[in-house]
Design a protein around this ligand. Structure first.
Ligand code: KIV
Ligand code: ZN
Length: 390
């Protein structure tokens, strides 16, 4: 039986921490509505204590969402927690998300706290948050670089104090899938197994492993994944929502897990985020990049035109991508050229195809991509010459 994996979208919080990606209240609202339509189970709207504007934006999101849970981030300080609650109190489904680091390096240099002080802070913060709502998430920041026995203690304290979700972030993107899976398996075995507590993954992409690490967590007991649209986030970004959702869908027999993501909304959501932030994804970005479904090599084009499954593991339409995926360039073959001309309204016989193909290759040698206008120009020239000869 397939397990449900809860999608916790943090585009509006961790994603927004990406240079150049900050959003104003209206932009956050527009994105939040689209994320709800996409099927995100939880939407982290921001960090209310950060500024007055951030507080207002989180509150506005909390006021409008109908289905998705709205999370607000806060440190373990009482003032932070109170401010977070104030921002989301009116939400249909509010969640307080509090965090404290558990790695030696963070405790010593950043927090200047002993292990006992960290455990005491976690207990006090989670208990305080639970006075407002049952839906409290605790994140052990830098979990992947924490001593595992201490991480288990920290998670156990959070659960005893009432946390319903325990998140184990790979804050600096240091974990490998093997390490990450083992950490989740151990915390699951010792703390959350058999309890009504959700274990969550939150991976950063410093080594390009954020999605692989998130999936390793899913295989080892995580039933929530924190991620962002287009993978935006601190430094090299967070795990990309679209990649996780489609990996779980396309390889469902391997993961035996599913999400509530409406895959057709993926591309529109990605496009909306790029339009709002002005930050585009690279052309070869999986799922949502311009080239994600483009085929230029003649052999591939021939295969795709005969049966798309030869070179596509999902259809562009399934993620909301419309339009033509055959790119005409110097690697393209006659088959693709004939097909494109057909789509443009010209049925080419063998001779005309041969003539046009030679001219097309000459243009392709000059240009990286041959566009429809180039094809129209070529065929118009051929027609004119034919008429003048006649
Ligand atoms: O990366 C991280 O550790 C975080 C936490 C605040 C959840 O973003
Ligand atoms: Zn993060």
């Amino acid at each position: 039986m397939s397990r449900k994996i809860h999608i916790f979208d943090t585009t509006l919080r961790d994603g927004e921490q990406s240079p150049g990606c900050s959003m104003n209240l209206e932009e956050k609202l527009q994105m939040a509505r689209q994320l709800e339509k996409l099927g995100a189970d939880i939407i982290e709207a921001g960090f209310p204590i950060a500024s007055e504007g951030e507080f207002e934006a989180v509150k506005a999101v909390a006021d409008v969402l109908e289905k998705s849970t709205v999370a607000a981030l806060c440190r373990t300080k009482v003032l932070d927690i109170d401010r977070a609650w104030e921002a989301i109190a009116a939400a249909k489904n509010p969640r307080i998300h509090t965090f404290l680091a558990t790695s030696e390096i963070h405790m010593k240099y950043k927090l200047n706290m002993s292990r006992q002080e960290v455990l005491d802070n976690i207990r006090a913060a989670v208990s305080h948050a639970c006075q407002y709502t049952d839906d409290v998430e605790f994140s052990a920041e830098d979990a992947s670089r924490s001593d595992l026995a201490f991480l288990v203690d920290a998670a156990a304290v959070a659960v005893e104090a009432g946390a319903s979700t325990v998140n184990l972030p790979d804050t600096v993107g240091y974990a490998t899938p093997g390490d990450h899976g083992r950490m989740f398996a151990e915390v699951h075995r010792q703390v959350t197994a058999g309890k009504n507590v959700r274990l969550s993954a939150h991976c950063h992409n410093d080594l390009g492993l954020a999605v692989a690490n998130s999936l390793a967590a899913v295989e080892n007991g995580a039933d929530q994944v924190e991620c962002t649209i287009n993978g935006i986030g601190e430094r090299a970004g967070n795990a990309s929502l679209e990649e996780i959702a489609m990996a779980l869908y396309v390889r469902r027999e391997a993961y035996q897990a599913s999400t509530s993501v409406l895959s057709k909304e993926i591309f529109p959501t990605s496009q909306m985020l790029s339009a709002i932030t002005g930050v585009n994804v690279q052309p070869h970005k999986a799922i949502v990049g311009d080239n994600a479904f483009a085929h230029e090599a003649g052999i591939h084009q021939d295969g795709v035109l005969k049966n798309a499954l030869t070179y596509e593991i999902m259809t562009p339409a399934s993620v909301g991508v419309k339009g033509n995926n055959i790119v005409l360039g110097k690697h393209s073959g006659r088959h693709a050229l004939k097909q494109r001309y057909k789509e443009l309204g010209h049925d080419l016989d063998k001779d005309r195809l041969e003539t046009l193909y030679r001219q097309f290759l000459a243009v392709a040698d000059e240009k990286k991509r041959v566009e429809d206008e180039d094809l129209q120009r070529l065929i118009a020239n051929v027609e004119t010459k034919k008429k003048s000869v006649a």
